[in-house]
Design a protein around this ligand. Structure first.
Ligand code: NAD
Length: 372
């Protein structure tokens, strides 16, 4: 990869452009203060793209996304496009990006910042210091398996069909991502499926086990049925480090884990593709939240989820772990100072707008870097 990092920004709809504006400030900060070279382009995605082009994402944007070192996406959707045909809905743009870039590994960290432990629905002692990484398979399984559809049985009944299907390579490549992450963390992977009742789950378990024996036997591997995993996540979440699971169970377990940490406005994510022979890897980073039409345009959105998504891009696409640490430390710093956006507001704390929170984070970066 060249020294100039190519970033494609896709702010999208609703609060997307507002939270993305704070990422632009951060990019400017790193360019001016750390001498990092970014080539930044911006395109439409979602409802705003439909309004202009009649589709939720254009072929040109897909090509740019494929060539970028990292795509940073805000959010898509909103009531304005509720009546748009299924294939052109704002969300279809997101699905097409994931599919065309072959982003098979979805990384969802669930980190509980010390200052926000009270925001969790669990007791503070259960979540204080929580740091889990859920790796969800994103391009296979029941959401894509064939046959699928709704058929008329002709006897007054209809049948809905979806197929859970996984091939070896799909399991192995996502398990590798999980083991590689665990290597840099505590060294423990929990693989979750339903091997007791599903053949696809049994294959998942066997392939993960085989890969572990062949390449990662120095790491700890545990298997846990997905229902038990859901239960353990609320019972004793800190027992987990990296959890790897399929598309369907990952959808649910990652949402469950993220709620342990309090607000949607705090949660980043990364979706990674395979690295090609030249070393290029498609990657998209986005907050977990949606376009929040209820608060759009009011300066109420919390930009931290998108800012932390940019930190993940620094870490996973640009190999700039120190810079990623810096962003995460700056976020922790502002929270420790009692600065809050409305969604994470607590009594006695200071309420900031989206812009003010972004500015507080860059000010904290200034402070952190003049210290070192
Ligand atoms: P949402 O995540 O947009 O909002 C849920 C609630 O959380 C709202 O009350 C909202 O105000 C609040 N919230 C979300 N992000 C916030 C932030 N950064 N700061 C402060 N508060 C925040 O989910 P929804 O309301 O179910 O969906 C709204 C639209 O977003 C829908 O069109 C949906 O399809 C779309 N959506 C898009 C994505 C995506 O782009 N990845 C994900 C989920 C939903």
């Amino acid at each position: 990869m060249s020294d100039v990092k190519k970033i494609l920004l896709l702010p999208g709809d609703g609060i997307g452009p507002e939270v993305m504006a704070e990422v632009k400030h951060l990019i400017d900060w790193f360019s001016s203060n750390r001498g990092l070279a970014f080539e930044v382009e911006e395109e439409l995605v979602g409802g705003c793209c439909y309004d202009v082009h009649g589709v939720a994402v254009t072929d040109e944007t897909i090509e740019k996304a494929k060539k970028a070192d990292a795509v940073i996406l805000g959010a898509v959707g909103g009531p304005k496009w509720a009546g748009v045909e299924y294939e052109n809905r704002p969300e279809a743009g997101l699905l097409r990006l994931r599919k065309d870039l072959e982003l098979f590994a979805n990384l969802r960290p669930a980190i509980c910042f010390e200052a926000l432990t009270d925001a969790s629905s669990l007791k503070p002692e259960l979540v204080a210091g929580l740091d889990i990484m859920i790796v969800r398979e994103l391009t296979g399984g029941i959401y894509f398996g064939e046959p699928r559809g709704i058929t008329d049985l002709g006897n007054g009944e209809r049948r809905g069909i979806n197929t859970q299907v996984y091939d070896t390579h799909e399991i192995v490549r996502v398990a590798k991502v999980a083991f590689d992450l665990a290597e840099k963390r505590s060294g423990k992977v929990t693989s979750s499926e339903k091997s007791n009742v599903m053949e696809a789950g049994l294959l998942w378990r066997e392939e993960v086990e085989k890969l572990h024996k062949e390449k990662y036997s120095h790491l700890e591997l545990e298997h846990m049925l997905a229902d038990a995993c859901a239960m353990q996540l609320v019972r004793r979440p800190k027992q987990f480090d990296v959890i790897v699971t399929d598309n369907l169970f990952g959808d649910m377990l990652s949402d469950e884990a993220s709620m342990l940490t309090g607000s949607l406005g705090m949660l980043p994510s990364a979706s990674l593709g395979e690295r090609d022979a030249s070393g290029h890897q498609c990657a998209m980073y986005e907050p977990v939240h949606g376009s929040a039409p209820d608060i759009a345009g009011q300066g109420l959105a919390n930009p931290i989820a998108t800012i932390l998504s940019f930190a993940m891009a620094l870490r996973y696409s640009f190999d700039m772990g120190a810079e990623a640490d810096l962003v995460e430390e700056a976020v922790k710093g502002v929270l420790d100072q009692g600065l809050r956006t409305a969604d994470i507001m607590q009594p006695g704390k200071e309420k900031l707008s989206t812009r003010e929170m972004g500015a507080a984070i860059t000010r904290e970066l200034d402070k952190l870097t003049t210290k070192t």
